[in-house]
Design a protein around this ligand. Structure first.
Ligand code: CP
Ligand code: NVA
Length: 308
């Protein structure tokens, strides 16, 4: 595995499969105390430019459960790039801590942290990608479907950090990826091209459509995310109008296969991108995804720190 996890593209299909095996083992054995001392005397620095529930709690809890200590550095603590440059922050932190995770606005901030830090850096969400979330998501799919290949994965929503990373991991794992997206909000070309290249090797198809029904039809997984991401609050109203037809309600969800999973990275804006009856249905696995953040990230950190 590379030194850092900046993009899901830092991993191969084989490495992702190995991470899932470690995550499943840790999930089972951590209660018996097997991994308790792994990160003894080690420190994780957690840089946050944006709010978080799942990411902060899963990283801090995960690192603590494995014997280490985590430090939360919020927006007012270090003011990434304002109080001090990103390279200087990296070159200070790597003298003191063993591993860094960062949630930033600009993806370049994470690229630069990784470039200038001698210790591993993990992307915990940037404006472009959210690799930890999609590892947890595909681990969840594997647990529920017994496979992650040859499925139809449908994302209803904007071309954002989530859809970029989901499209990439689908193409790495050999699953067809459909995005039902409003005109003008399509995913960035770089991610579409990369996914199509990878898809040629893995056998996955990447379809960008403005028709929500084409995306949802016969899908094995229906996934959605907020229409306006953190940092896009000013566009909330315009996006709510543009994405009205893309809401995952029961009518749309019923177009998928009977045993389709409903997934969402959370937080959910109930009544906007998803209705209560879908997110609270028996097909919904949203809290399994949240829990799997803990296990998937433990696997990533164990690998990056050479403990597995
Ligand atoms: N899914 C996710 O990353 O949640 P938070 O923003 O609460 O960390
Ligand atoms: N697209 C969302 C994901 C939150 C986990 C955002 O960036 O706000």
């Amino acid at each position: 595995m590379k030194k850092d996890l900046v993009s899901i593209l830092d991993l191969s299909q084989k490495e992702i499969t190995e991470l899932f095996a470690i995550a499943k083992k840790v999930k089972k054995e951590v209660k018996k105390g097997k991994y308790r001392g792994c990160f003894n005397q080690q420190t994780l620095a957690m840089i946050f430019e944006k709010p978080s529930l799942r990411t902060r709690v899963s990283f801090e809890t995960g690192f603590t459960q494995l014997g280490g200590h985590a430090i939360y550095l919020g927006p007012k603590d270090i003011s990434l790039g304002a109080r001090e440059s990103v390279p200087d922050i990296a070159r200070n932190l790597d003298r003191m801590v063993n591993i860094i995770m960062a949630r930033t606005f600009s993806h370049k901030s994470i690229v630069d942290l990784a470039k200038y830090s001698k210790v591993p850096v993990i992307n915990a969400l940037s404006d472009a990608e959210h690799p930890c979330q999609v590892l947890a998501d595909f681990l969840t799919i594997d647990e529920h479907k017994g496979k992650t290949k040859k499925l139809k994965f449908a994302f209803l929503g904007a071309g954002n950090n989530m859809s970029h990373s989901l499209m990439l991991i689908s193409s790495l794992m050999g699953t067809d990826f459909y995005i039902g997206v409003a005109k003008g909000y399509e995913p960035q070309d770089y991610y579409v091209q990369k996914s199509r290249e990878l898809g040629k090797k893995s056998g996955s198809k990447i379809v960008i459509t403005n028709d929500p029904n084409e995306a949802a039809k016969n899908a094995d997984v229906i996934y959605t995310d907020v229409w306006a991401s953190m940092g896009e609050e000013a566009e909330k109203e315009a996006r709510a109008k543009a994405f009205k037809e893309y809401q995952v309600n029961m009518k749309l969800f019923k177009q998928a296969k009977k045993d389709a999973l409903f997934m969402h990275c959370l937080p959910a804006h109930r009544g906007e991108e998803v209705t209560d009856d879908v997110i609270d249905s028996k097909n919904s696995v949203v809290f399994d995804e949240a829990e799997n953040r803990l296990h998937a990230q433990k696997a990533v950190m164990l690998r990056l720190l050479g403990a597995e």
